[in-house]
Design a protein around this ligand. Structure first.
Ligand code: ZN
Ligand code: ZN
Length: 345
């Protein structure tokens, strides 16, 4: 009862700090035991997958050796093609299609899956035109030089252009580890970027889009692009001394997934973008990628009370979730809204 006597603000802060440390300890414990369990799980799952992979493994090994002999003596160029060009083409190929839908609203069978109804119908062409140069700047002037700088470190950790391809089994283990490392580094760096000072100077740019679209995934201040976009995906492969083939697949996959989580459409048979879309809408919820750390740190409590949370599933049919799980009528919401508690704008 003595807590009631303290000034409510200080009490709230110390409770919050205690809560953060407590939940960080819990997080470390759960992640540790989770890692052990997943290793055991992978061993049985990948044994089955390896049987399917078997024959085609030789095919890929031959293709890789052909590629290596073409670039003999120029492995650094092959590294840049694999880490910058291929993932970049995946990004623009996918985003090119999404931009057609964003700017024209057609085809209707995609635009009907829009998450924030009435937003970006169609997207503001001026705002879009102003954003694209930042995306291109981040790719060419930040990501590319960063990969060139990182190449010697990748070589130091292990040979990314080694003649032997990793086994499918090892590749899957690596993907799981990269995902875990990304979740940890992205969650904490992203949460740090929401500190009022850093938010105002750095992260506000990314949040200019409260209803994001695909390309906005890398629309960010250069510092944010290095710390929160690039490092979380590069540290895993660097620590593991990974093969270029794994790095290429991982970076392409990471770019496609971040595009999906920003695209603004909850499409069938693709990962749900509701989580990060809600982050753009409300600012102080859902900081991570997988949502594991948000669950452990309680930064998804408000999200869990929304219809968006009910819609945060893999859509396995063709009825848009905005139709099957519609939002409650507007008057039901508090006039401040959840974000009113911690205004960040
Ligand atoms: Zn975002
Ligand atoms: Zn944010």
């Amino acid at each position: 009862m003595t807590g009631d006597m303290e000034s409510p603000r200080r009490h709230e802060r110390s409770t919050q700090e205690g809560y953060i440390w407590g939940s960080m300890r819990r997080t470390a414990l759960i992640l540790g035991s989770g890692l052990l369990l997943s290793v055991a799980f992978w061993n049985s799952v990948t044994w089955h997958l390896q049987r399917f992979w078997g024959a085609s493994g030789y095919f890929w090994q031959t293709q890789w050796e052909k590629l290596l002999s073409t670039f003999e003596g120029n492995e650094s160029i092959l590294f840049i093609i694999g880490t910058a060009l291929v993932p970049g083409l995946c990004f623009w190929g996918f985003n090119g299609l999404l931009l057609v839908v964003d700017t024209t609203g057609k085809p209707n069978f995609i635009s009907r899956y829009r998450i924030q109804l009435g937003k970006n119908e169609p997207v503001d062409p001026v705002k879009l035109r102003q954003s694209i140069p930042t995306v291109l700047f981040n790719q060419t002037m930040i990501s590319l030089p960063m990969l060139v700088i990182f190449y010697p470190f990748f070589k130091w950790r292990g040979d990314p252009c080694c003649q032997e391809l990793p086994t499918f089994h090892w590749f899957l283990v690596e993907l799981a580890l990269f995902t875990l490392v990304e979740e940890i580094l992205f969650y904490y760096s992203h949460r740090l970027l929401h500190h009022p000072t850093l938010y105002k100077k750095i992260h506000k740019k990314h949040h200019e889009w409260t209803a994001p679209i695909g390309v906005i995934s890398i629309y960010a201040h250069p510092i944010e692009h290095v710390v929160s976009n690039m490092l979380p995906v590069l540290v895993g492969p660097l620590a593991m001394g990974s093969h270029l083939s794994s790095i290429t697949v991982w970076l392409s996959l990471a770019l496609i997934i971040t595009t999906i989580s920003h695209c603004g459409y909850h499409l069938p048979f693709l990962p749900s973008p509701e989580f990060h879309d809600y982050h753009h809408l409300k600012f102080n919820q859902c900081y991570g990628v997988l949502g594991v750390l948000d669950h452990l740190h309680g930064t998804d409590i408000m999200f869990k009370q929304t219809k968006a949370y009910e819609r945060h599933v893999l859509l396995l049919g063709f009825t848009p979730l905005s139709e099957s799980i519609p939002d409650p009528p507007k008057k039901m919401e508090s006039p401040l809204g959840p974000s009113g508690l911690f205004p960040h704008k």
